[in-house]
Design a protein around this ligand. Structure first.
Ligand SMILES: [Zn+2]
Length: 361
């Protein structure tokens, strides 16, 4: 078992190489051992439409795969998608043992790949590093099981949890090193979502400056159309820019929106856009994951509504010490500590002098 865990770790590492590029497909890595237990091939799913990990690894081999072991973090597929089913290829190549991290999260196909292999006489070992396999594909699993977009919030705070002074001054709370890490996080998500207030205040471009990184789709919540279209975020790029406006907004006003910016009309209530409606809409637009980089009000609303799956909180060793400073999560007014919103700890990373805390809902 220990040995399988070692190879499963390798599968996860391989899979992660394609982070942010496989949606709506999962992240998958694969390792193949020959019948003596020697590693003979590896592969991973490089991007949507490319070979599946199992095929990527098996196609590099001829007869050597016969009698071997195939280790993969997700149950092999058994249906025709963009490529032939991996279960068939595994059987055809003469693999004797299949080791998986988790079953397919799609309840309609879960277990069928395993069954097919078992029927062909392959020994199947399941749930090796199961929790890590689940974490790796958290976006895919939410998309599959709930038909919803995965939502993460990124904040940068002082030790006392403030993201800006009372005047809105926030650049920069964290160090260049932490801000570089933000680029890596952006690269994992299909889209970045921000608000008109953030654009008016900071004029960010919200692009990914990582070498070889992809620019995410940009989404701007601008209920009343307050932003200036010469702001950096609207500069055209290969990726789409969406502006989300109140569906009741005067049609004449929307004429000012440049043609490369797509408009999403969203219902609103009490001067707030209906975020549940918006996220449903984004999923329909094939956006599988979104990173929120906005202010305390939107963050607070998202966590209060239970819409945030994950929080990336960078924390700098600075203290604002002013209760009028802006909190990372605003808008809740609770009397008792038992009424806090509770998140689960996932990871802590040092990006000295700052730290990155990752929590999930
Ligand atoms: Zn497959």
């Amino acid at each position: 078992m220990k040995n399988y865990e070692k190879y499963m770790k390798q599968c996860i590492k391989l899979a992660r190489k394609a982070d942010g590029r496989t949606a709506p497909n999962p992240l998958v890595g694969c390792v193949i051992l020959d019948k003596s237990g020697k590693e003979i091939s590896t592969g991973y799913h490089k991007e949507y439409g490319a070979l599946h990990a199992e095929a990527d690894a098996l196609n590099k081999l001829g007869n050597e795969a016969k009698g071997g072991t195939l280790i993969v973090n997700l149950e092999p597929c058994c249906h025709w998608g963009k490529t032939p089913p991996c279960a068939d290829l595994i059987i055809k190549k003469g693999i004797r043992k299949l080791v998986i991290g988790m079953r397919d999260p799609n309840p309609l196909v879960a277990g069928q790949g395993v069954e097919k292999c078992k029927k062909a006489g392959i020994e199947v070992i399941e749930n090796i590093l199961h929790d890590e396999a689940v974490k790796l594909n958290e976006v895919f699993i939410k998309n599959m099981t709930k038909n919803e977009v995965f939502v993460a919030i990124k904040t940068a705070t002082t030790l006392d949890g403030k993201i800006a002074t009372k005047n809105g001054s926030s650049q920069w709370i964290t160090s260049p090193r932490a801000r570089k890490e933000v680029q890596k996080i952006r690269n994992r998500y299909d889209a970045i979502l921000t608000t008109s207030s953030t654009i008016i205040k900071d004029n960010p471009s919200m692009k990914c400056s990582l070498q070889g990184g992809k620019n995410p789709v940009r989404i701007i919540l601008d209920r009343e159309l307050k932003t200036d279209f010469s702001s950096k975020i609207y500069s055209s790029s290969d990726e789409k820019v969406y502006i989300v406006v109140d569906e009741a907004l005067d049609e004449v006003k929307t004429l000012a929106i440049p043609t490369h910016v797509a408009v999403i009309k969203c219902p609103s209530d009490n001067l707030k856009l209906d975020l549940k409606y918006l996220f449903k809409k984004l999923f329909e637009l094939n956006i599988s994951s979104v990173l929120i980089e906005a202010g305390g009000k939107l963050n607070g609303e998202l966590v209060s509504l239970g819409l945030a799956d994950k929080i990336y909180q960078f924390m700098a060793p600075k203290i604002l010490g002013d209760k009028q400073g802006i909190n990372a999560f605003e808008g809740r007014n609770i009397g008792e500590i038992c009424n806090t919103l509770n998140f689960k700890f996932e990871h802590i990373y040092a990006h000295a002098p700052d730290i990155l805390l990752i929590y999930s809902n």
